[in-house]
Design a protein. Structure first.
Length: 266
């Protein structure tokens, strides 16, 4: 029941005028970065593609006046003409289209998740301030432990560990079904660590966060998994980045509030 209340309150806040204004920033920022990235990658791909040379040799044999005659033809395809050759055949046309769109959708999906997280990270203090003022005005919170260098160090460290996880899990990528979960573990790690850091470092001291996370880590991990799962829906991450902060912000404030009520009862 408590979780449903938090979720319903987060949805309501998400559609408030204050949050919808903030939403435009990561939405437009992510769209701009992806737009630039797409044309940069496409341009690089076309440049490298133009240097590819493919030679097709065909042999045709037939009987002529009782003699076996073999005719050979060679055709060279360079650059874009290779694609034109492949698309002349239905099966290769379908395969090319399938791989391009599948890889493209997954790449854009993962990229949009982390671009939106980075952008919304700059907006976290404002979002949490609105939630605090609106719902938890009587709740006293500490000055956060976030610093520019601390945030940069956290990002680099987390990204480095994510790369190590990618390498360690390589054998699992070749196992059907298992690979679906394995490929997402490094991304989930980065997603979880950066989101928790963004919120905790804004409203808690370092010691408070360590104590809070120690007693509530299972709950907070489950919330990160939930948010990451729905963000995998193509293009949802564009619109959900602000909701991540609202939902986890409510969760943190509620944990702090309950702890203070318990301390008063004691």
């Amino acid at each position: 029941m408590k979780e449903m209340t938090i979720f319903a309150k987060s949805i309501k806040d998400y559609f408030s005028s204050d949050m919808l204004k903030i939403l435009l920033i990561p939405l437009l920022g992510s769209a701009f970065v992806l737009y630039i990235s797409f044309f940069t990658i496409a341009s690089s791909g076309l440049d490298s593609h133009s240097n590819i040379n493919m030679q097709i040799e065909q042999h045709e044999s037939h009987m002529e006046n009782g003699i076996l005659v073999t005719n050979s033809t060679k055709e060279n395809y360079v650059g874009s003409s290779i694609v034109e050759f492949l698309l002349n055949y239905t099966i290769t046309s379908w395969l090319v289209g399938f791989f391009v769109y599948t890889i493209g959708i997954f790449a854009i999906g993962y990229l949009s998740i982390f671009i939106s997280i980075i952008i919304v990270g700059f907006l976290t203090p404002k979002i949490l301030a609105i939630i605090h003022h609106k719902h938890y005005a009587t709740l006293e919170i500490e000055e956060g432990y976030s610093t520019v260098f601390g945030s940069l160090y956290k990002l680099i460290k987390t990204f480095f560990i994510m790369i190590i996880l990618f390498i360690v899990l390589i054998p699992l990528y070749f196992i059907p079904l298992v690979n679906i979960f394995a490929i997402n573990i490094p991304f989930l790690y980065l997603f979880h660590k950066m989101l928790q850091y963004d919120i905790s470092s804004t409203i808690l001291s370092k010691s408070q966060y360590e104590e809070l996370y120690y007693h509530n880590r299972s709950e907070l991990r489950a919330k990160s998994i939930f948010l990451y799962t729905i963000s995998l829906i193509p293009f949802f991450a564009f619109f959900l980045s602000v909701f991540y902060i609202i939902y986890l912000g409510h969760s943190y404030f509620k944990i702090i509030e309950n702890k203070k009520l318990e301390s008063k009862d004691v």
